[in-house]
Design a binder for this molecule. Structure first.
Ligand code: FMN
Length: 399
């Protein structure tokens, strides 16, 4: 029976929209196979690079913490919300990787997984040469890693340094697109002024698909040693990134006709669905796959099937549903005004009344111990509801 999750992306059929992002999972055929068996729709290989400083795997360092900064190794189990901090940006050299890439192709065929080859070069001629080599091997799709947050380690402009120069970004993407016949997906950094503007420029230059988005550079501080954790700036991500990524996916969806792979912050099946609703056609999951392993990947696909079936819509029908409904800032007046309505019978027993202190519009006062709400001053912001522990506040639309 055909899955409800079957998805077309740039003319290629994926059995479902879950794609394992380019991570160390694609470094070896052995690990690739473990994930290929899980039922995911696609797997992106580890990026190949021509930058010698980034070909050394000894530079890899991870620091994974809960949101209250407890190192994950001190937790009883892997937390659902974490941040994944990684330094080094170690990738692989094309000549060393080619035999692995060939083996991966055979595994992908065996498990009906779409293999996508990832490139992160510094020199234009290598972008083109590596793309041609992957195409000649039989890869059906390429991802150009123009968003790697470790680009500063290389001599040539690399990773996010390329996304940050629109002309260079267009030059690399256009040169690869001209050189191969397979679909090319351009993976971008979020560290640019406006992803909607950048992607519109890429679309005008002939780009068909983008990955929104790579990770940010971040800084984590070791409170005991007062040193930067793992030495300094590093790539930062985790499930908490999802709202930032969703906003960028929706912006690109609304500004262009590009096909979008969502990336950065997808952890659960619901997250994958959210990326689709924001406008993605496929959704990459990287950190959580690495941290939680192949069994988690299989569970995620199963859960996505159940969730999607419950919507009675296909992934293609879900894609962009919410992006269409976004009210732009210029049209804020179209959103109904709101006001707080307080059930004073519920709040009578509350001595602290934090809502009084936390109302920044002076809409709340006390009269004889009872809360009085002023409809005219109230902005309907919802702060009083957020701090009320008695569920005494509801927010209603005025018109
Ligand atoms: C350890 C690690 C290695 C990564 N290696 C690559 C890489 O070689 N090429 C690439 O384009 N992205 C790489 N990424 C970024 C992921 O592909 C993905 O874009 C990012 O982690 C955000 O998605 P996530 O929240 O699902 O992890 C790596 C991420 C991690 C955590």
């Amino acid at each position: 029976m055909e899955s409800v999750l079957k998805t077309e992306f740039c003319g290629i059929t994926f059995k479902n929209p879950v794609v394992v992002a380019s991570t160390d999972i694609g470094r070896s055929a052995v690990v690739f196979e473990r994930f290929a068996k899980t039922g995911v729709g696609g797997i992106i290989t580890k990026s190949v690079t021509d930058a010698a400083p980034l070909q050394n795997k000894g530079i890899t360092m991870f620091d994974i913490r809960t949101m209250d900064e407890t190192p994950v190794e001190q937790c009883a189990s892997i937390p659902d919300d974490y941040y994944f901090f990684s330094r080094g940006g170690s990738m692989v050299a094309m000549d060393d990787y080619e035999p692995v890439a060939k083996e991966i192709l055979q595994i992908a065929e065996r498990y009906h997984v779409v293999p996508i080859a990832s490139i992160c070069a510094g020199k234009l001629e290598n972008w083109v040469a590596y793309a041609r080599r992957f195409e000649a091997m039989g890869y059906p799709m390429l991802e150009l890693n123009l968003g790697n947050p470790h680009g500063e380690a290389a001599k040539d402009k690399l990773g996010f340094k390329i996304s940050q120069e629109t002309d260079l970004c267009v030059e690399v993407a256009a040169a690869v697109i001209r050189a191969v016949r397979i679909p090319v997906v351009v993976k971008l950094t979020p560290q640019v002024a406006d992803l909607a503007v950048l992607t519109s420029t890429l679309e005008a230059a002939g780009v068909q698909a983008v990955t929104i988005m790579h990770r940010y550079q971040g800084l984590v501080i070791d409170h005991e040693t007062l040193e930067p954790v793992i030495g300094g700036y590093a790539a930062i991500g985790g499930p908490w990134m999802k709202p930032l990524s969703l906003a960028n996916v929706a912006k690109v969806r609304n500004a262009t006709h590009l096909s979008i792979m969502g990336s950065n912050g997808a952890d659960t099946a619901q997250d994958v669905l959210d990326f689709l609703l924001a406008g993605a056609g496929l959704v990459q999951v990287g950190s959580s796959m690495m941290l939680k392993g192949p069994a988690y990947a299989a569970k995620l696909v199963r859960e996505l099937e159940t969730l999607t079936a419950a919507t009675s819509r296909s992934p293609a029908e879900l894609s962009g549903l919410v992006a269409k409904k976004i009210v732009p800032y210029k049209e804020l007046a179209k959103i109904a005004a709101r006001r707080a309505v307080i059930d004073t019978s519920l709040c009578r027993s509350c001595r602290e009344k934090p809502c009084l202190e936390r109302c920044y519009y002076q809409a709340l006062s006390l009269a004889g111990g009872t809360l009085v709400h002023d409809d005219v001053s109230c902005s309907g912001c919802g702060m009083c509801r957020a701090v009320c522990s008695n569920a005494a506040v509801r927010i209603e639309k005025i018109r």
